[in-house]
Design a protein around this ligand. Structure first.
Ligand SMILES: [Fe+2]
Ligand SMILES: [Fe+2]
Length: 390
Protein backbone atom coordinates (compact mmCIF):
# COMPACT_ATOMS: atom_id res chain seq x y z
CA UNK A 1 0.00 0.00 0.00
CA UNK A 2 1.23 3.51 -0.72
CA UNK A 3 0.75 5.70 2.32
CA UNK A 4 2.01 9.08 3.44
CA UNK A 5 2.21 11.13 6.60
CA UNK A 6 2.64 14.76 7.52
CA UNK A 7 3.93 15.71 10.94
CA UNK A 8 4.40 19.10 12.57
CA UNK A 9 3.25 21.12 15.52
CA UNK A 10 0.25 22.54 13.62
CA UNK A 11 0.24 25.53 15.88
CA UNK A 12 -1.98 26.39 14.06
CA UNK A 13 -2.51 24.30 10.91
CA UNK A 14 -2.81 26.72 7.97
CA UNK A 15 -3.64 26.70 4.28
CA UNK A 16 0.00 25.96 3.36
CA UNK A 17 -0.28 22.62 5.18
CA UNK A 18 -3.66 21.82 3.66
CA UNK A 19 -2.56 22.63 0.12
CA UNK A 20 0.61 20.56 0.48
CA UNK A 21 -1.31 17.58 1.85
CA UNK A 22 -3.95 17.71 -0.88
CA UNK A 23 -1.39 18.10 -3.65
CA UNK A 24 0.90 15.36 -2.32
CA UNK A 25 -1.98 12.91 -1.91
CA UNK A 26 -2.87 13.47 -5.55
CA UNK A 27 0.61 13.66 -7.09
CA UNK A 28 1.91 10.62 -5.24
CA UNK A 29 -1.29 8.65 -5.65
CA UNK A 30 -1.50 7.95 -1.92
CA UNK A 31 -4.09 5.46 -0.74
CA UNK A 32 -3.91 6.83 2.80
CA UNK A 33 -2.52 10.02 4.29
CA UNK A 34 -2.00 10.60 8.00
CA UNK A 35 -1.60 13.94 9.70
CA UNK A 36 0.22 13.50 12.98
CA UNK A 37 0.49 16.54 15.27
CA UNK A 38 3.64 16.37 17.38
CA UNK A 39 3.60 16.04 21.14
CA UNK A 40 6.65 17.79 22.53
CA UNK A 41 8.64 18.35 19.36
CA UNK A 42 12.36 17.65 19.62
CA UNK A 43 13.14 20.40 17.10
CA UNK A 44 11.57 23.37 18.78
CA UNK A 45 10.08 24.49 22.03
CA UNK A 46 6.39 25.29 21.89
CA UNK A 47 5.74 28.99 22.47
CA UNK A 48 3.88 30.03 25.58
CA UNK A 49 0.24 30.99 25.24
CA UNK A 50 -0.12 28.61 22.31
CA UNK A 51 -2.61 25.84 21.90
CA UNK A 52 -2.67 22.69 24.03
CA UNK A 53 -2.12 19.30 22.40
CA UNK A 54 -5.81 18.48 22.23
CA UNK A 55 -6.54 21.86 20.68
CA UNK A 56 -3.90 21.35 17.99
CA UNK A 57 -5.41 17.94 17.34
CA UNK A 58 -8.88 19.41 17.00
CA UNK A 59 -7.64 22.18 14.69
CA UNK A 60 -5.91 19.59 12.51
CA UNK A 61 -9.16 17.63 12.24
CA UNK A 62 -10.98 20.77 11.14
CA UNK A 63 -8.24 21.86 8.75
CA UNK A 64 -7.84 18.61 6.81
CA UNK A 65 -11.36 17.26 6.93
CA UNK A 66 -12.07 17.80 3.24
CA UNK A 67 -9.15 15.70 1.97
CA UNK A 68 -10.37 12.21 1.07
CA UNK A 69 -8.52 9.29 2.70
CA UNK A 70 -6.87 11.57 5.26
CA UNK A 71 -6.83 10.68 8.92
CA UNK A 72 -5.54 12.74 11.84
CA UNK A 73 -3.68 10.53 14.33
CA UNK A 74 -3.17 11.37 18.00
CA UNK A 75 -0.19 9.02 18.49
CA UNK A 76 2.43 11.65 19.18
CA UNK A 77 0.16 13.84 21.29
CA UNK A 78 -0.70 10.86 23.48
CA UNK A 79 2.85 9.52 23.68
CA UNK A 80 4.71 10.44 26.87
CA UNK A 81 8.02 12.24 26.49
CA UNK A 82 9.44 13.76 23.34
CA UNK A 83 8.03 13.02 19.89
CA UNK A 84 10.46 11.31 17.56
CA UNK A 85 9.49 10.80 13.95
CA UNK A 86 11.54 7.56 13.95
CA UNK A 87 9.18 6.03 16.56
CA UNK A 88 6.14 7.02 14.51
CA UNK A 89 7.70 5.61 11.35
CA UNK A 90 8.45 2.28 13.08
CA UNK A 91 4.81 2.03 14.10
CA UNK A 92 3.53 2.91 10.63
CA UNK A 93 5.90 0.41 9.01
CA UNK A 94 4.87 -2.36 11.40
CA UNK A 95 1.31 -1.96 10.13
CA UNK A 96 2.36 -2.52 6.52
CA UNK A 97 5.99 -3.72 6.26
CA UNK A 98 5.85 -4.27 2.50
CA UNK A 99 4.21 -0.95 1.69
CA UNK A 100 5.65 2.32 0.46
CA UNK A 101 5.73 5.05 3.09
CA UNK A 102 6.11 8.72 2.17
CA UNK A 103 6.98 11.46 4.58
CA UNK A 104 5.76 14.93 3.58
CA UNK A 105 7.73 17.88 4.86
CA UNK A 106 8.40 21.56 4.22
CA UNK A 107 11.80 22.94 3.25
CA UNK A 108 12.89 23.71 6.81
CA UNK A 109 12.31 20.13 7.99
CA UNK A 110 13.80 18.69 4.80
CA UNK A 111 16.94 20.74 5.40
CA UNK A 112 17.56 19.39 8.92
CA UNK A 113 16.50 15.78 8.28
CA UNK A 114 20.00 14.22 8.58
CA UNK A 115 20.32 15.75 12.09
CA UNK A 116 17.10 14.22 13.39
CA UNK A 117 17.16 11.30 15.78
CA UNK A 118 17.99 8.34 13.49
CA UNK A 119 17.96 10.77 10.55
CA UNK A 120 20.14 8.61 8.31
CA UNK A 121 17.87 5.63 8.94
CA UNK A 122 14.85 7.76 8.05
CA UNK A 123 16.50 8.89 4.81
CA UNK A 124 17.34 5.31 3.85
CA UNK A 125 13.97 3.86 4.85
CA UNK A 126 11.37 6.42 3.80
CA UNK A 127 10.33 8.10 0.62
CA UNK A 128 10.38 11.83 1.23
CA UNK A 129 8.21 14.42 -0.50
CA UNK A 130 9.30 18.00 0.18
CA UNK A 131 7.31 21.12 -0.56
CA UNK A 132 8.36 24.79 -0.50
CA UNK A 133 7.14 26.71 2.54
CA UNK A 134 8.08 30.04 1.07
CA UNK A 135 8.20 31.20 -2.53
CA UNK A 136 11.49 30.50 -4.29
CA UNK A 137 12.62 27.53 -2.22
CA UNK A 138 12.36 25.04 -5.10
CA UNK A 139 16.05 25.19 -6.02
CA UNK A 140 17.08 24.60 -2.42
CA UNK A 141 14.86 21.51 -2.24
CA UNK A 142 16.30 20.13 -5.49
CA UNK A 143 19.87 20.64 -4.30
CA UNK A 144 19.18 18.86 -1.01
CA UNK A 145 17.39 16.04 -2.81
CA UNK A 146 20.48 15.48 -4.95
CA UNK A 147 22.73 15.51 -1.88
CA UNK A 148 20.51 12.99 0.00
CA UNK A 149 20.38 10.75 -3.05
CA UNK A 150 24.17 10.65 -3.22
CA UNK A 151 24.79 10.21 0.51
CA UNK A 152 21.91 8.01 1.62
CA UNK A 153 20.36 6.69 -1.56
CA UNK A 154 17.30 8.65 -0.49
CA UNK A 155 14.18 8.52 -2.62
CA UNK A 156 12.83 12.04 -2.69
CA UNK A 157 10.44 14.12 -4.69
CA UNK A 158 9.48 17.77 -4.76
CA UNK A 159 5.80 18.60 -4.52
CA UNK A 160 4.77 21.60 -6.61
CA UNK A 161 2.53 23.62 -4.41
CA UNK A 162 1.78 27.30 -4.06
CA UNK A 163 3.77 28.26 -1.00
CA UNK A 164 2.28 30.29 1.82
CA UNK A 165 4.72 33.05 2.57
CA UNK A 166 4.31 32.94 6.31
CA UNK A 167 5.62 30.83 9.19
CA UNK A 168 3.47 29.68 12.10
CA UNK A 169 5.27 32.18 14.33
CA UNK A 170 4.47 35.02 11.95
CA UNK A 171 0.92 33.77 11.61
CA UNK A 172 0.34 33.83 15.38
CA UNK A 173 1.70 37.37 15.43
CA UNK A 174 -0.69 38.37 12.63
CA UNK A 175 -3.65 36.84 14.48
CA UNK A 176 -2.81 38.91 17.52
CA UNK A 177 -2.90 42.04 15.37
CA UNK A 178 -6.35 41.28 13.95
CA UNK A 179 -5.06 39.87 10.66
CA UNK A 180 -4.22 36.52 9.05
CA UNK A 181 -7.70 35.00 8.71
CA UNK A 182 -7.23 34.45 4.97
CA UNK A 183 -4.24 32.16 5.65
CA UNK A 184 -6.36 29.70 7.63
CA UNK A 185 -9.16 27.29 6.81
CA UNK A 186 -12.40 28.98 7.93
CA UNK A 187 -13.23 26.40 10.56
CA UNK A 188 -9.76 26.68 12.09
CA UNK A 189 -10.09 30.45 12.31
CA UNK A 190 -13.50 30.07 13.95
CA UNK A 191 -12.00 27.61 16.47
CA UNK A 192 -9.11 29.98 17.27
CA UNK A 193 -11.54 32.84 17.89
CA UNK A 194 -13.90 30.77 20.00
CA UNK A 195 -11.07 29.48 22.18
CA UNK A 196 -9.18 32.76 22.12
CA UNK A 197 -5.92 31.07 21.18
CA UNK A 198 -2.73 33.04 20.50
CA UNK A 199 -4.33 36.15 22.07
CA UNK A 200 -6.20 36.49 18.78
CA UNK A 201 -8.16 39.63 17.95
CA UNK A 202 -10.86 39.13 15.33
CA UNK A 203 -10.19 40.43 11.83
CA UNK A 204 -13.28 42.56 11.09
CA UNK A 205 -14.01 41.30 7.56
CA UNK A 206 -13.62 37.66 8.57
CA UNK A 207 -15.69 38.21 11.70
CA UNK A 208 -18.42 39.87 9.68
CA UNK A 209 -18.55 36.87 7.36
CA UNK A 210 -19.00 34.54 10.34
CA UNK A 211 -21.52 36.76 12.08
CA UNK A 212 -23.77 37.80 9.18
CA UNK A 213 -26.02 34.72 9.42
CA UNK A 214 -26.78 35.66 13.04
CA UNK A 215 -28.57 38.78 11.81
CA UNK A 216 -31.93 39.27 10.18
CA UNK A 217 -31.46 40.58 6.68
CA UNK A 218 -33.29 43.78 7.58
CA UNK A 219 -30.79 44.54 10.36
CA UNK A 220 -27.69 44.29 8.16
CA UNK A 221 -27.68 47.96 6.99
CA UNK A 222 -27.96 49.12 10.62
CA UNK A 223 -24.97 46.98 11.69
CA UNK A 224 -22.92 48.09 8.69
CA UNK A 225 -23.74 51.74 9.42
CA UNK A 226 -22.86 51.23 13.05
CA UNK A 227 -19.56 49.63 12.05
CA UNK A 228 -18.52 52.58 9.88
CA UNK A 229 -19.63 55.11 12.49
CA UNK A 230 -17.80 53.30 15.31
CA UNK A 231 -14.54 53.27 13.33
CA UNK A 232 -14.87 56.98 12.52
CA UNK A 233 -15.58 57.85 16.17
CA UNK A 234 -12.67 55.68 17.37
CA UNK A 235 -10.35 57.49 14.98
CA UNK A 236 -11.69 60.89 16.04
CA UNK A 237 -11.37 60.20 19.77
CA UNK A 238 -8.27 58.00 19.85
CA UNK A 239 -9.92 54.71 20.81
CA UNK A 240 -8.78 51.33 19.52
CA UNK A 241 -10.27 51.15 16.01
CA UNK A 242 -10.10 47.38 15.80
CA UNK A 243 -12.00 46.94 19.07
CA UNK A 244 -14.58 49.53 17.99
CA UNK A 245 -15.13 47.84 14.62
CA UNK A 246 -15.48 44.36 16.13
CA UNK A 247 -17.80 45.55 18.91
CA UNK A 248 -20.04 47.25 16.35
CA UNK A 249 -20.12 44.13 14.15
CA UNK A 250 -21.20 42.02 17.11
CA UNK A 251 -23.35 44.44 19.09
CA UNK A 252 -26.79 43.15 18.04
CA UNK A 253 -25.97 39.46 17.36
CA UNK A 254 -28.61 38.00 19.65
CA UNK A 255 -31.38 40.35 18.54
CA UNK A 256 -33.26 37.70 16.56
CA UNK A 257 -32.70 34.97 19.14
CA UNK A 258 -35.57 33.66 21.29
CA UNK A 259 -35.54 35.02 24.87
CA UNK A 260 -34.91 31.56 26.34
CA UNK A 261 -31.75 31.10 24.29
CA UNK A 262 -30.56 34.59 25.16
CA UNK A 263 -30.98 33.84 28.85
CA UNK A 264 -28.96 30.65 28.39
CA UNK A 265 -26.05 32.65 27.00
CA UNK A 266 -26.26 35.05 29.97
CA UNK A 267 -26.31 32.17 32.40
CA UNK A 268 -23.44 30.36 30.70
CA UNK A 269 -21.30 33.48 30.77
CA UNK A 270 -22.14 33.75 34.45
CA UNK A 271 -20.70 37.17 35.24
CA UNK A 272 -23.63 39.29 34.27
CA UNK A 273 -25.06 41.52 36.91
CA UNK A 274 -28.50 41.53 35.39
CA UNK A 275 -31.69 40.04 36.65
CA UNK A 276 -33.94 39.68 33.70
CA UNK A 277 -37.23 41.44 33.95
CA UNK A 278 -39.76 41.66 31.09
CA UNK A 279 -39.95 45.43 31.49
CA UNK A 280 -36.29 45.66 30.48
CA UNK A 281 -36.64 43.29 27.57
CA UNK A 282 -35.14 45.84 25.19
CA UNK A 283 -31.87 45.63 27.12
CA UNK A 284 -31.67 41.85 27.20
CA UNK A 285 -30.10 41.52 23.73
CA UNK A 286 -27.18 43.70 24.83
CA UNK A 287 -26.40 41.45 27.79
CA UNK A 288 -26.90 38.22 25.90
CA UNK A 289 -25.04 39.66 22.89
CA UNK A 290 -22.03 40.41 25.06
CA UNK A 291 -22.12 36.88 26.47
CA UNK A 292 -22.44 35.32 23.00
CA UNK A 293 -19.65 37.52 21.61
CA UNK A 294 -17.31 36.31 24.35
CA UNK A 295 -18.35 32.66 24.21
CA UNK A 296 -18.54 32.25 20.43
CA UNK A 297 -16.00 34.75 19.12
CA UNK A 298 -13.59 35.15 22.03
CA UNK A 299 -13.73 38.96 22.24
CA UNK A 300 -11.72 40.81 24.89
CA UNK A 301 -13.37 42.02 28.15
CA UNK A 302 -13.31 45.60 26.81
CA UNK A 303 -15.26 44.66 23.69
CA UNK A 304 -17.61 42.49 25.72
CA UNK A 305 -18.39 45.46 28.01
CA UNK A 306 -18.98 47.79 25.07
CA UNK A 307 -21.58 45.36 23.71
CA UNK A 308 -23.15 44.76 27.14
CA UNK A 309 -23.78 48.46 27.79
CA UNK A 310 -24.69 49.56 24.26
CA UNK A 311 -28.43 49.83 25.00
CA UNK A 312 -28.64 51.03 28.59
CA UNK A 313 -25.35 52.81 29.07
CA UNK A 314 -24.00 52.90 32.62
CA UNK A 315 -22.21 55.19 35.03
CA UNK A 316 -18.54 55.86 34.26
CA UNK A 317 -18.47 54.38 30.76
CA UNK A 318 -15.16 53.63 29.05
CA UNK A 319 -14.28 55.48 25.84
CA UNK A 320 -15.08 52.36 23.81
CA UNK A 321 -18.44 51.95 25.55
CA UNK A 322 -19.36 55.55 24.76
CA UNK A 323 -18.36 55.11 21.13
CA UNK A 324 -20.45 51.98 20.62
CA UNK A 325 -23.43 53.48 22.43
CA UNK A 326 -23.27 56.58 20.24
CA UNK A 327 -22.52 54.72 17.01
CA UNK A 328 -25.69 52.70 17.59
CA UNK A 329 -27.61 55.94 18.20
CA UNK A 330 -26.29 58.09 15.33
CA UNK A 331 -25.45 55.64 12.52
CA UNK A 332 -26.64 57.02 9.16
CA UNK A 333 -29.85 54.95 9.12
CA UNK A 334 -31.19 56.54 12.32
CA UNK A 335 -33.88 59.20 12.03
CA UNK A 336 -34.80 59.71 15.72
CA UNK A 337 -35.78 63.34 16.51
CA UNK A 338 -32.69 65.20 17.69
CA UNK A 339 -30.24 62.73 16.12
CA UNK A 340 -28.70 65.41 13.87
CA UNK A 341 -27.64 67.47 16.84
CA UNK A 342 -26.10 64.43 18.56
CA UNK A 343 -24.22 63.62 15.33
CA UNK A 344 -22.73 67.11 15.31
CA UNK A 345 -21.84 66.97 18.99
CA UNK A 346 -20.15 63.59 18.57
CA UNK A 347 -17.54 65.39 16.44
CA UNK A 348 -16.74 68.06 19.01
CA UNK A 349 -17.68 66.81 22.49
CA UNK A 350 -18.29 63.12 23.03
CA UNK A 351 -19.66 63.43 26.58
CA UNK A 352 -22.03 66.20 25.60
CA UNK A 353 -23.25 64.07 22.68
CA UNK A 354 -23.88 61.18 25.03
CA UNK A 355 -25.61 63.40 27.60
CA UNK A 356 -27.92 64.81 24.95
CA UNK A 357 -28.67 61.37 23.50
CA UNK A 358 -29.37 59.83 26.92
CA UNK A 359 -31.76 62.66 27.73
CA UNK A 360 -33.53 62.12 24.39
CA UNK A 361 -33.80 58.39 25.08
CA UNK A 362 -35.19 58.85 28.57
CA UNK A 363 -37.74 61.37 27.32
CA UNK A 364 -38.76 59.00 24.55
CA UNK A 365 -39.19 56.13 27.02
CA UNK A 366 -41.33 58.31 29.30
CA UNK A 367 -43.53 59.38 26.41
CA UNK A 368 -44.14 55.72 25.62
CA UNK A 369 -44.74 54.98 29.34
CA UNK A 370 -41.84 52.51 29.35
CA UNK A 371 -39.63 52.07 32.38
CA UNK A 372 -36.03 52.95 31.64
CA UNK A 373 -33.36 50.54 32.83
CA UNK A 374 -31.79 51.92 36.04
CA UNK A 375 -28.35 51.90 34.37
CA UNK A 376 -29.54 54.52 31.86
CA UNK A 377 -30.45 56.98 34.61
CA UNK A 378 -27.13 56.24 36.31
CA UNK A 379 -25.27 56.92 33.08
CA UNK A 380 -26.93 60.30 32.71
CA UNK A 381 -26.53 61.20 36.38
CA UNK A 382 -22.82 60.41 36.19
CA UNK A 383 -22.32 62.60 33.13
CA UNK A 384 -24.34 65.46 34.68
CA UNK A 385 -22.22 65.32 37.85
CA UNK A 386 -19.24 65.88 35.58
CA UNK A 387 -21.07 68.85 34.07
CA UNK A 388 -21.65 70.45 37.48
CA UNK A 389 -18.02 69.94 38.38
CA UNK A 390 -16.77 71.74 35.28
FE1 LIG B 1 -28.95 46.93 20.15
FE1 LIG C 1 -28.00 48.31 17.23
Amino acid sequence: MRRGFLGGTFNPPHLGHVRAAAKAAKELGLEALYVIPAGIPPHKELPEGGAAGDQRLEMARLAFRDIPGLEVLDWEIRRAGKSYTADTVERLLSEDPEGELWMLCGTDMFETLPDWYRGDWLLRTLHVAAYPRKAGEEARIDALAEEYRREYGARTRRIGVRALDVSSTELRELLHRGKGASLLPKEVYRYILKNRLYAVRPEPDALWELVRPWYKKSRIPHVEGCRRTAVALARRWGADELDAENAAILHDITKKMPVEEQLQYCEKRGNINFSYHPEYEAALHAFSGAAAAALEFGVSPEVEDAIRWHTTGRADMSLLEKIIWLADYIEPGRTTPGVEEVRRLAESDLDEALRRALKNSLRHLEEQSWTPHPATREALAFLCRGEVGK
